[in-house]
Design a protein around this ligand. Structure first.
Ligand SMILES: Nc1ncnc2c1ncn2[C@@H]1O[C@H](COP(=O)(O)OP(=O)(O)OP(=O)(O)O)[C@@H](O)[C@H]1O
Length: 575
């Protein structure tokens, strides 16, 4: 149960509310038991009194007190259930808010490579299904056994009016049956739900992949083949759900059967007590009916055992420590990457930022990746304060790895990478990222407007500033021609802009940052010669006063810089 501990501790601030919620649940259950027991007693007492009067025997029955009691129980049951639902759901929604916020920030704080190792469908699953399971931890997992236990005590107290022995025996049988069935559901649920949680995650991930890659799948004519895999996973998941439903139904049937047997046992005991003249006929009828009312609070126990098991499996999946431990030892935490922002509203494109740019140094840096192959081999590089260096090299030679070392997303196996004299790995990730402008090789646009996508980097950027940026990136004409200008929606993942336009918008995002260290990984990829020349000029102006490393396959793929180096076999040589 250790996995659930962090989530149980999240309940602590809501202790008061949870207690009120549990009390309301108990009042609902107790009113149900009282209603059935008192109604049984009252109907029988009325019948007996009527029969006595008909036989000419004097008899009296106060119908007002029990009548009032029945009405009170009926009203209390309805009102308590209403408020119990309103109250408990309010608590659950508050918990859900906390859980989502906490999980999102934990996932957002994973290192980029740990995040990259998760398929997007898995992230979705963690943020939705797993959290949904945990939000019911209290309402569907913990509260029902508590309420069932207290309901047994109340019924026991009612039975004790007739006979303490009957009360103890029935209470013991019911408590044992409830506990055993609940535990059975919990232990069966452990294995089943873990399998099911991973089947569910696989299905979602596969489905998301299917939808995202639909264009490629269509182009290659393999939609049917891929669809079959989705169907197979769907069937697997459904079979698991059926099995779980069958287990719950079996548990419920056993519990219902046990309650009915106890009802019969209590009825027989009550009849014998009645014939021995030890209890009245009305009490004899009230006793089995009180037990019958336990069907509702006891019936949910198998579901609650199973829910606890599901919550535990979800808690295990949400434990991000395991995720961050999986990637290779090279990878480090990187913070949220959106540190910078617009500190100066006067900051415009091309403005020099003298005296702030630190130098970047690689000292005998060796980096191994994948199966241990050396990507960088005793590499040395000094990029002076405000200097711009180009690094070119063949595909796979290690350019992006070099860029990731500057960003602190990778740490070298040996040697040192430093910025402003401080080893990058020792810098506080958030503050290092705040001064870094990094155009990674693969960038995503969000489903939103053009302005919204740019303002991710600088929420306060004015429209005028965005237009001057778009002009610098040769995107102004395109955007001006869009129906709503910079407020035009660019669709799911930016699918309504071309690859080259998307790349320039991503570059624009970087150029909005108050960065003093800049790393641009193939900033001109996907651009025609004329556009590349225009964008190169804008980059060159923007880089003034910043320390920069620009990466590309060949000299023409990077804007003009002070010196260009070639990366080959893990080392840099002048071009
Ligand atoms: N996430 C990763 N895990 C393990 N190995 C990796 C990873 N990414 C890249 N590599 C390996 O590291 C080596 C260098 O890759 P890197 O991406 O740095 O090269 P690159 O010069 O940027 O290539 P390209 O120009 O094609 O983008 C390659 O051999 C690659 O297989």
């Amino acid at each position: 149960m250790n996995e659930l501990r962090p989530y149980l501790s999240m309940l602590r601030p809501y202790r008061g509310r949870l207690l009120i919620g549990a009390a309301l649940m108990l009042v609902t259950a107790a009113s149900g038991i009282g209603l059935l027991a008192l109604s049984g007693w009252f109907i029988t007492a009325t019948a007996v009194t009527g029969a006595l009067l008909a036989a000419g025997i004097a008899a009296r029955l106060d119908i007002y007190v029990p009548g009032g009691g029945i009405r009170t129980f009926a009203v209390t049951r309805t009102v308590a259930r209403y408020f119990e639902r309103v109250f408990n759901h309010d608590v659950v929604l508050r918990l859900l808010r906390d859980l989502r916020g906490q999980t999102f920030s934990r996932l957002a704080n994973l290192s980029p490579s740990a995040l990259g190792a998760l398929r997007s469908g898995e992230l979705l699953n963690r943020l939705t299904t797993d959290i949904d399971r945990l939000d019911g931890l209290y309402l569907r997992g913990l509260a029902p056994p508590l309420v069932a236990g207290l309901a047994i005590l109340i019924t026991g107290a009612l039975l004790a009016i007739g006979s303490v022995t009957v009360a103890l025996t029935a209470g013991l049988i019911l408590a044992t049956a409830g506990a055993l069935i609940g535990l059975r559901a919990w232990s069966l649920g452990q294995a089943l739900t873990r399998r099911l949680a991973s089947a569910n995650a696989n299905l979602r991930a596969q489905l998301v992949d299917h939808l995202r890659g639909l264009t490629e799948l269509k182009a290659f004519g393999s939609v049917g083949y891929h669809r079959k895999r989705v169907d197979r996973l769907d069937e697997e998941e459904r079979a698991g759900e059926n099995r779980l439903a069958a287990e719950i139904a079996t548990g419920e049937a056993i519990l219902h059967g046990t309650v009915q047997l106890v009802v019969v046992g209590v009825l027989l005991a009550a009849l014998s007590l009645f014939t021995a003249d030890r209890i009245s006929g009305a009490v004899a009828v009230m006793m089995p009916l009180a037990v019958l009312a336990l069907l509702e609070p006891l019936g949910v126990l198998p579901g609650s055992g199973l829910h606890l098991a599901r919550a535990r499996a979800s808690a295990q999946r949400l434990d991000t420590r395991e995720l961050d431990a999986t990637p290779s030892r090279h990878e480090t935490r990187a913070g949220d990457g959106h540190g910078g922002g617009d500190q100066s509203t006067k900051a415009v494109l091309g403005q020099a930022r003298s005296g702030q740019a630190p130098d970047i140094r690689f000292e005998s840096v060796t980096l191994r990746r994948g199966a241990g192959a050396k990507v960088l081999d005793e590499l040395n590089l000094v990029v002076g304060e405000g200097e711009h260096v180009g690094v070119i090299g063949a595909s796979g030679c290690g350019k992006s790895s070099l860029a990731n070392l500057v960003a602190g997303w990778l740490v070298p196996d040996s040697g040192r990478v430093s910025a402003g004299g401080e080893p990058v790995e020792k810098l506080v990730p958030a503050s290092h990222l705040a001064r870094l402008g990094y155009l990674t090789q693969h960038t995503d646009l969000f489903s939103g407007t053009i302005a919204g996508n740019l303002r991710v980097a600088c929420p306060d950027a004015s429209d005028a500033r965005l237009w001057s940026l778009l002009e610098a990136l040769a995107l102004d004409e395109f955007v001006a021609g869009c129906p709503n200008g910079i407020d035009t929606w660019i669709g799911e993942s930016g699918l309504e802009v071309s690859g080259g336009q998307a790349r320039r918008l991503a570059l624009g995002r970087v150029m909005l940052r108050e960065a003093t260290i800049v790393v641009l990984d193939e900033p001109l990829s996907g651009l025609d010669e004329g556009t590349a020349a225009h964008v190169s000029l804008a980059i060159k102006r923007w880089l003034a006063g910043r320390t920069a490393i620009v990466l590309g396959h060949e000299p023409s793929a990077i804007p003009s810089v002070e010196r260009v180096l070639q990366l080959r076999t893990g080392r840099l040589t002048p071009v």
